[in-house]
Design a protein around this ligand. Structure first.
Ligand SMILES: *[C@@H]1O[C@H](CO)[C@@H](O)[C@H](O)[C@H]1NC(C)=O
Ligand SMILES: *[C@@H]1O[C@H](CO)[C@@H](O)[C@H](O)[C@H]1NC(C)=O
Ligand SMILES: *[C@@H]1O[C@H](CO)[C@@H](O)[C@H](O)[C@H]1NC(C)=O
Ligand SMILES: *[C@@H]1O[C@H](CO)[C@@H](O)[C@H](O)[C@H]1NC(C)=O
Ligand SMILES: *[C@@H]1O[C@H](CO)[C@@H](O)[C@H](O)[C@H]1NC(C)=O
Ligand SMILES: *[C@@H]1O[C@H](CO)[C@@H](O)[C@H](O)[C@H]1NC(C)=O
Ligand SMILES: *[C@@H]1O[C@H](CO)[C@@H](O)[C@H](O)[C@H]1NC(C)=O
Length: 478
């Protein structure tokens, strides 16, 4: 039983792809036949043929622009989809947390660098020669847990934001839930410590007039960690119980890993290091990763857990070492792989495929690091991406990724053999699909977004506004 993709569904309409020469020839031939039977249409067809020839010539032009990417922008219409009001929360729920970033690291040390630059972190260093020179300023060492800050900034500058709650159909709660709990997760804190901010927030929000109107149905927030960090059911377990608190019931949550069975949770892409300053940065990056020479078939960045018997990542590392002519690995023991270090970026940029096993949870930031570099993710658990990021990734998993059941790998199936079965053409198509989707899973640098193209923040906010307006329309029709 092979998990291999048959005829990947491909977003033809969104991508101007070169046709194969054969289909062009066939088209010319059928035109020829048509002309010989309808001589008067010659003039029209000569124009058509001229255009066709121009098109074909354009296709054989330089490698620097191998593809042209047209994302279909979702047109937000604040009149039909509604406006968003951003609560001005007491600072204890956001500003005080970032102001006290030096105390937020559970292991001591500071989180200030990670939270700096609006959640993008420090400017990336050591990537000269890895990314195009003029794109270096668009790269940061971004922490994976900063989406609360990024979304807050973006919503404040959103064209559909309103300062008048009476005119709003969506209410954003800019609570930094992940930063509030992150410090208390590991060390010897009590359940009360981990729930404190959440309980306070709910006390505050339930006193607001516009909360009472909808009981949370038109409210949303970002929680910058995985959902399981907020779903404690037993006080002796991991995490806060924020999501299990009754007030949370009807609030829509943007999370880097969602509970696939919870309608109110929307999986949003992990923040990665590329924060384009303008549309041109995105286009240049797409062309760059699309024209890369990729000498390595597949790669893996991860650490084996020596303590876990039969550790899956250990198996992957072993296979990779065994196949060293087609696989490149980076042992991430210690903290060598944190925050998209340049060695990982270089590895993804040089590989056709990247292995993405589950980690402590199903998803990993690495999935997005990999795709951003134009490498095709290989999943071993369906929940690693397929039921997570529906607004941001292609609908058909086989169009952009490979699935190999983890049990087959444990049974000794060779990953290399499976990947080698994909033709160059299939690999190229998957990569083009990924590259076409890049704008949807990155976070742009300007707070207003990029204008012409929608990034992850735009897609998420548009999606929320649409969902809320559909909800009220549906309720209205009851
Ligand atoms: C937005 O939607 C409203 C109502 O559906 C419509 O009247 C208006 O023309 C739309 N505006 C744009 C710019 O599409
Ligand atoms: C808000 O709505 C009121 C009517 O309810 C309207 O008069 C006002 O212009 C609106 N304000 C904005 C900023 O749209
Ligand atoms: C946790 O705290 C208790 C009391 O404050 C202390 O006795 C215990 O040693 C601590 N445990 C750890 C692992 O730090
Ligand atoms: C909660 O965890 C404790 C310690 O592991 C256990 O004794 C208790 O039965 C658990 N309670 C529930 C309701 O699962
Ligand atoms: C959630 O919304 C429903 C109505 O759809 C309401 O009955 C319920 O009380 C709300 N829950 C909370 C905690 O407000
Ligand atoms: C790696 O190669 C060795 C020797 O060829 C073999 O014994 C071992 O089973 C292989 N391991 C994996 C994970 O393929
Ligand atoms: C793995 O191997 C075991 C026994 O060798 C077999 O029972 C099982 O069905 C295999 N699983 C898969 C997914 O191939």
């Amino acid at each position: 039983m092979l998990p291999v993709s048959e005829s990947p569904h491909y977003h033809q309409s969104e991508l101007k792809k070169p046709k194969t020469p054969d289909s062009a020839k066939a088209a010319l031939y059928s035109i020829h036949v048509y002309i010989s039977t309808h001589p008067k249409s010659w003039l029209i067809f000569s124009i058509l043929i001229l255009q066709l020839l121009l098109l074909l010539m354009a296709r054989s032009l330089p490698l620097s622009t191998p593809f042209h990417y047209f994302s279909t922008p979702i047109v937000v219409n604040c009149t039909s989809c509604g406006k968003v009001y951003v609560y001005d929360l007491p600072p204890i729920f956001n500003k005080e947390l970032t102001d006290n970033c030096h105390t937020l690291n559970p292991f001591g040390g500071s989180r200030c660098n990670a939270l700096s630059n609006g959640g993008f972190g420090q400017k990336a260093t050591g990537i000269n020669g890895i990314v195009p020179k003029n794109l270096v300023p668009a790269w940061y060492w971004t922490d994976q847990f900063t989406s609360e800050i990024i979304f807050h900034n973006r919503i404040l500058a959103h064209p559909c934001r309103t300062l008048d709650p009476k005119n709003a159909s969506a209410f954003y709660i800019p609570f930094y839930a992940g930063l509030a709990v992150g410090k208390y997760l590991w060390t010897n804190y009590s359940a009360h410590d981990r729930d404190y901010h959440c309980e306070m927030l709910f006390k505050w929000i339930t006193g607001q007039p516009f909360w009472k109107r909808s009981l949370g149905w038109d409210h949303f927030m970002t929680m910058g960690r995985i959902t399981w960090d907020f779903r404690r059911s037993n006080d002796s377990d991991w995490g806060s119980k924020c999501i299990h608190m009754p007030t949370m019931r009807n609030i829509t949550r943007l999370l880097i890993e969602r509970d696939p069975w919870d309608y109110f949770e929307v999986g949003v892409p992990y923040p990665t290091g590329f924060h384009p300053r303008a549309e041109l940065d995105v286009r240049q990056w797409q062309d760059f990763v699309g024209s890369r020479n990729r000498p390595t078939l597949f790669c893996f960045a991860g650490a084996a857990r020596k303590t876990i018997k039969n550790d899956f990542r250990g198996i992957l590392l072993q296979q990779c070492h065994n196949e060293s002519d087609s696989c490149r690995s980076l042992d991430c023991a210690g903290s060598r792989c944190t925050n998209g270090a340049s060695a990982i970026l270089d590895m993804f940029l040089s590989s056709d495929f990247c292995l993405q096993p589950r980690g402590d949870s199903y998803t990993r930031r690495s999935i997005f690091d990999c795709m951003l570099a134009g490498s095709i993710p290989v999943f071993f658990w369906k929940r690693s991406a397929y039921n997570q990021y529906e607004w941001f990734l292609p609908e058909d998993p086989a169009s952009y990724s490979v699935f190999i059941d983890s049990n087959e790998v444990k049974n000794g199936t060779s990953i290399r053999k499976i990947l080698e079965r994909f033709s160059r053409e299939e690999v190229r198509r998957m990569r083009e699909t990924i590259i076409d989707y890049i704008p949807k899973f990155i976070y742009a640098e300007p707070k207003q977004g990029l204008g012409g193209i929608k990034d992850a923040a735009d897609v998420a906010i548009d999606g929320i506004l649409k969902r809320f307006s559909e909800h009220w329309r549906y309720k209205g029709n009851d």
